[in-house]
Ligand binder design. Structure first.
Ligand code: PHE
Ligand code: ZN
Length: 879
């Protein structure tokens, strides 16, 4: 597990595998003190590999080798080499069977990679390189094999035994043991292998596919979670139907299974036919899950299901191609979520995540292209860049090609590459071949890291009626990449007249009717566009619907932003104008004297918002959210966190004071709306009333306090209960806060997912989550260092969301994080490496902060025996 000088792996050094595996036969003997894994590989030399006498090389990690045999004859010392992280057989025939027996200890596996135990059940996680923790194997995605898996275990402790594919055999064994055999007819890479053994309840449903096949749908959960499955099951069926309707993709096995496990490093995993989920990303009930959680679950269930085609049937050649499956699948799940709810709100949420967190990643020391060129530890590359920027890149292709051509392209991609392990370039080529478009320059989106900056300036000539837009793009340097080439950027825009009407966009020299919105395609460092026939100076609405993952600079006046905020026909840009205005107002107060006033027009704008009965309530709910501290920090040159925090609080307080009556009216208008529903309208109402409540408690309003306490006690759903709790926790009503927290814990102490919410509400609050309180949370009996969700809900929430406390000028927050990273690095390096992220941005902060952040990183660097995961992040950050 530990290497002192981890190696860098390069895309340019890719070589096809020397040997291919056609068939894998596995037999697992599961016991309490370990597991014996019998593996039989049917291997042949790869005809495409130039090396004829290559040794057979199999990856391994933390394995105890018991025996190796070739074509049935045991190999003796000297005929193979057990290197610990590999098993090498120097001389093998053209075709052969290799039998390997290994012993592993799932009960001691705290890294949660490979086979491990979670609340008494056995489960696996093999992406990216976990299969090598189970048995010796060519653990790379371009080796695709058919798997047959027999699982043997004690029948009373592990009545349910699952693996990929279809169950083909089962029976009783001696000593109260039993077995089940599974066969997966589809060749797959080892990272899609899965096994589950436990005492689980089964939830059943069925789905009839477009061609009339009946699919058994199954969810397996611990008995206490039996009542939390319905929503995910319905979401699964919606996903299956949607993938047929929109992409023409039908499910291919006879059974599809979902398992929920409590201890999981990530959100969920798309193992063939047997998706394994982090409990928090699949289990939900009205009483225990917030609206945000329901939406997340729907999106993740869809995401994992969609992987069956985009990822499993067509997979990645190597891990540099990770975005091939992740970018495309995130794009697919975001289209799905948009179709299920409010498209504008979904777009706002995606863009917010991208602009807050992915732009920050792109500007930091771990910046990498959507298709990276090198890595040390692939687990560190499950990033916002691979996932969310990758999805934006696919979205741009979709928008450039249009619905129909994009569908032709995806059909061609699936048909051409079914059963293959391919590259992002293959994906782009299929899009080109189907549409006839040249995406040559577009490919730079995959190769160049960094967020393009698009700067716009304009000129209006009254006498000629010409409006001239000059658009420049530049891409900042990132580690290892300088002097970048201009990219192909689809830039959607509209122009508005003073009366709020859209104006025609007629480019000079064009004839025919001019459109009211258009997508300019930027390809050079600078373009000049001339629009003619304009009788007034227009207000530009730029990058509509966030048509490309870029930063846009344009010197909007506050006047113009106010105007766009209420008139832009593009919902996304309406929201964005409000955000830009709020950012401008907050920024102008950062570091300003106490006496500096808040822009009064901001209050007026929010007042009109609150009173606008025409406006889509879901959009209104989003527009009422002030830009987050994280986003403000991302926008700052040298972030002074305390000053940003104060400025934002000041604006929030000013708005809440100025709009007290409107907020109260908004609250009352949006309470008591009958049965709990998950429609965009109902979600918007809950969001509006909880925002109003939060603002009013922020200014210590007594009437709102009474309402919050009532809502906290009487809520029939978690969104409202938690909304009230959060408002209380973030208020200065210290006693009520304590009481509410106690009552909440008492009520939900036996539900780990709700306890995680309880932890994170405190850890992310600048009132309840100062460092001494955070340390108390770590000592709480419900806290568990072995459970990634608990670690994230306290340590992760503190460092990522409680920015004022984490960035305490005395450096204590950084020291604390460094301490927790070091302690976790020994047990779970993946989680430890993810926790380091907030420190990696040290260069972004004002000197007082950055110096101390850097020394916290150095403390981690100097720990003895650092994992490869943390090593890579820390060393790249300090470089
Ligand atoms: N492939 C998973 C997904 O995006 C994420 C994952 C990666 C899960 C690595 C576990 C380990 O759906
Ligand atoms: Zn995925």
């Amino acid at each position: 597990m530990r290497t002192n000088q981890p190696q860098t792996i390069y895309l340019s050094e890719y070589k096809v595998p020397a040997y291919l595996v056609d068939q894998v036969d596995l037999r697992f003997e599961l016991f309490e003190d370990g597991a014996r894994v019998h593996s039989t590989l049917t291997v042949r030399r790869n005809p495409d590999s130039g090396e004829s006498a290559a040794p057979l090389f199999l990856h391994g990690d933390s394995l105890q080798l018991e025996s190796v045999a070739l074509n049935g004859s045991p190999l003796r010392t000297g005929e193979f080499e057990d290197r610990g992280d590999a098993l090498v057989v120097p001389s093998v025939p053209e075709k052969f069977e290799l039998q390997v027996v290994t012993w592993i200890e799932p009960q001691n596996n705290t890294r949660l990679e490979g086979l491990y135990k979670s609340s008494g059940m056995f489960c696996t996680q093999c992406e990216a390189e976990g299969f090598r923790c189970i048995t010796f194997y060519p653990d790379r995605p371009d080796v695709m094999a058919r798997f047959r898996t027999r699982i043997e275990a004690d029948k009373s402790a592990y009545p349910v035994l699952l693996s990929n594919g279809n169950p083909v055999d089962n029976g009783e064994l001696e000593n109260g043991r039993h077995f089940v055999t599974w066969e997966d007819p589809f060749p797959k890479p080892a990272y899609l292998f899965a096994l589950v053994a436990g005492d689980l309840v089964e939830k059943k449903d069925t789905f009839t596919t477009c061609s009339g096949r009946n699919i058994d749908l199954r969810m397996y959960v611990e008995p206490r979670n039996a009542k939390k499955c319905d929503f995910a099951m319905d979401a699964l069926k919606r996903s299956m139907r949607w993938d047929e309707d929109v992409y023409g993709r039908e499910y291919d096995l006879d059974i599809f299974m979902i398992v929920a496990v409590d201890d999981f490093n990530m959100g969920a995993m798309e193992n063939k036919g047997l998706n394994i989920f982090n409990s928090s990303c699949v289990l939900a009930s009205q009483e225990t899950a917030t609206d945000a959680a329901f939406q997340r679950i729907e999106a993740i269930v869809a995401h994992e299901y969609f992987h069956n085609w985009s990822g499993n049937r067509v997979t990645c050649r190597d891990w540099f191609q990770l975005s091939l499956k992740e970018g495309f699948t995130v794009f697919r799940d975001s289209q799905f979520s948009a179709d299920m709810g409010s498209p504008t709100v979904k777009r706002i949420e995606d863009a917010t995540l991208l602009r807050t967190a992915q732009f920050a990643e792109d500007a930091g020391p771990m910046a990498h292209p959507v298709r990276p060129a090198s890595y040390m530890e692939i687990s560190n590359f499950y990033t916002l860049t691979i996932y969310e920027k990758g999805a934006e890149v696919v979205r741009m292709i979709h928008n450039l090609l249009g619905d129909e051509m994009f569908r032709k392209g995806s059909d061609l991609y699936f048909q051409r590459h079914d059963g293959q392990a391919v590259t992002t370039d293959d994906f782009v080529r299929a899009m080109e071949d189907a549409s006839g478009r040249d995406l040559g320059q577009f490919r730079l989106w995959y190769e160049q890291a960094g967020t393009p900056v698009v700067s716009v300036s304009d000129e209006y000539d009254e006498s000629s009626g010409i409006y001239r837009l000059t658009v420049r793009q530049s891409i900042p340097d990132t580690p290892g990449q300088t002097g970048k080439k201009p990219q192909h950027i689809p830039f959607a825009l509209g122009l508005l007249g003073a009366d709020g009407q859209p104006l025609p966009l007629k480019l000079s020299g064009e004839s025919g009717e001019a459109p009211l919105e258009r997508v300019l395609e930027l390809s050079q460092a600078e373009h000049c566009f001339e629009f003619e026939g304009l009788s007034e100076r227009p207000v530009p609405s730029l990058l509509r619907d966030f048509s490309a993952p870029v930063r846009v600079h344009y010197p909007w006046t506050r006047e113009q932003l106010l105007f766009l905020m209420s008139h832009d026909p593009d919902g996304f840009n309406r929201w964005d104008a409000g955000q830009r205005l709020a950012v401008d107002v907050i920024q102008s107060l950062v570091g300003a004297p106490e006496s500096a006033g808040v822009e009064p027009r901001l209050v007026d704008a929010y007042r009109s918002l609150l009173q606008d009965s025409e406006l889509d309530q879901a959009l209104m709910a989003k527009m009422l959210q002030l830009p987050s501290e994280a986003y403000l920090i991302e926008l700052a040159e040298q972030a002074d966190v305390a000053a940003i925090h104060q400025a934002r609080e000041k604006v929030l307080g000013y708005l809440a004071e100025g709009l007290r009556d409107e907020l109260m009216a908004c609250y009352r208008r949006n309470v008591g709306q009958g049965d709990y529903q998950l429609t965009p309208e109902a979600i918007a109402r809950r969001s509006l009333r909880n925002t109003a409540l939060g603002w009013l408690l922020h200014i210590g309003d007594q009437e709102a306090l009474a309402l919050a306490k009532e809502q906290f006690r009487g809520a029939d759903n978690m969104t409202d209960r938690l909304g009230a709790l959060r408002a209380l926790v973030n208020s200065d009503f210290a006693e009520d806060r304590t009481q509410a927290l106690e009552a909440f814990y008492k009520r939900f102490s036996d539900d780990p997912q709700v306890v995680e919410l309880w932890f994170s509400v405190q850890a992310s609050s600048d009132r309840a989550g100062q460092l001494p309180q955070i340390r108390q949370l770590l000592d709480h009996p419900a806290f568990d260092w072995k459970n990634p969700n608990k670690v994230r809900s306290v340590v992760g929430a503190f460092a990522a969301q409680n920015l004022a406390a984490f960035h305490n000028p005395d450096g204590s927050g950084y020291e604390f994080l460094a301490e927790q990273v070091c302690r976790l690095d020994d047990s779970n390096p993946q989680i430890a490496a993810r926790l380091v992220a907030p420190l990696t941005r040290w260069r972004k902060f004002a000197p007082g902060y950055s110096k101390q952040m850097k020394s916290a990183l150095e403390r981690i660097r100097d720990k003895a025996e650092l994992s490869r995961d943390v090593y890579e992040v820390v060393h790249k950050s300090l470089a």
